[in-house]
Ligand binder design. Sequence first.
Ligand SMILES: Nc1nc2c(ncn2[C@@H]2O[C@H](COP(=O)(O)OP(=O)(O)OP(=O)(O)O)[C@@H](O)[C@H]2O)c(=O)[nH]1
Ligand SMILES: [Mg+2]
Length: 432
Amino acid sequence: MDLFELRARIEQSERAILVGVEWTGPEGDTYSVQDSMAELSALAATAGVEVVCQVVQRRNRPHASTLIGAGKVEELRVLNEELNADIFLFDDDLTPGQMRNLDKILDRKVLDRTDVILDIFAQRARTKEAKLQVELAQLEYAIPRLRRAWTHLSRVGAGSGISGGVGTRGPGRTQLEMDQRLIQRRMKQLRKDLGDMRRQRRVQRSGRAKEFAASLVGYTNAGKSSVLNALTGERHVATEDKLFKTLDPTTRRLEIDDGRSVLVTDTVGFIQRLPHRLVAAFRATLEEVLEADLLLHVVDVAHANPVAQIAAVNEVLAELDGSEIPTLLVLNKVDLLDDAEMLSDIQAEHPDAIAVSAVTGEGIDTLRDELSARAGAGEQEYEFRLPHERGRLLSYLYEHGQVDDVDYGEEEVTVRAHLHPKHIAPLRDYVA
Ligand SMILES: Nc1nc2c(ncn2[C@@H]2O[C@H](COP(=O)(O)OP(=O)(O)OP(=O)(O)O)[C@@H](O)[C@H]2O)c(=O)[nH]1
Ligand SMILES: [Mg+2]
């Protein structure tokens, strides 16, 4: 059996019934069930699935074997006799056991939120590294569910009247163990390959000059790629009103006033309850992104609940140890606001936040100025007298600071420059 048949895959143009739970217990979500279902709908659409119906049940705790109550499951089964959907898509993550039970009763493909997110990532991954990362996450997610695949096999056996019983069970179990070994081996290989790629990039990076670097982070579809395009004035990065349009990081050098430049990196977006395994798989990429001097946290202020999205992004950042990096909130899509109440609420909480529209360009100059100020923060003005034979130090200055004036004298070169004191060591003897 092909390893990859073990995971239910979404086929384009399948039809789905969405199932959500409104939790009434003490640990109520910050995300309302309506917001979460709307998001699940968008995830389904992005994966190419048509949503035929949404069902929500109020519960105060999950049913151990089916998440939702037995009566509700039966209701779904009857409903689908009419609708004949291919998939039941649950907004909450299901345990392997729950999935197995639901699968049996509903007799359709049962998927959860993580399945869809992984599926979108699998469809979207372009670079070799992204593909390997997604595969690793999928296998890690599949392992505890292997038994489910095996149940399928034995059920087919029993139902088709071919063998069933003893004969089906024996090979099934052996097959299961074999699959597990194969998967473990493949995962080991994937981790090794990803580790190699990561080391190689680290070597390349260490040879590069340390320029001021800012990374765009934020909820998926907040407009990170659009902000990068607006800042650079070019459409480098594709944007779309879909979730997880961007997976691979893109870095652009942005020339800001008088010769100073900063590197700006656009990367994958976050989402509430982003699967931990996906975060783990993308850790290498994201860690690199988080080596930035500044995070530009892009927020879609026209969204129904930007505050919950900010919280979700901060949660993922904390998981990646990125909470300590200086962060500037970029409140995007202000052109879509009819009333500015939400905007002023957020601004009251985050006085440094900059309101922009990547579409109309409003506020983008302010953002560029702020980037420039942050990049230059802490720099001091120096005058250096460099001997002619130390020409290399001048290139060092160009790389690490901002050169304001160069005067080639007979004996030496006089340079006035702005430089952060942390870069002063090689030049200390030449300060005028
Ligand atoms: N009206 C309006 N739409 C915007 C603005 N910024 C982005 N959009 C739209 O919002 C959608 C998402 O924009 P992207 O730039 O792709 O968002 P992203 O954060 O990079 O999204 P992912 O890469 O999918 O995580 C696109 O349809 C954009 O055209 C804005 O300021 N105003
Ligand atoms: Mg993007």
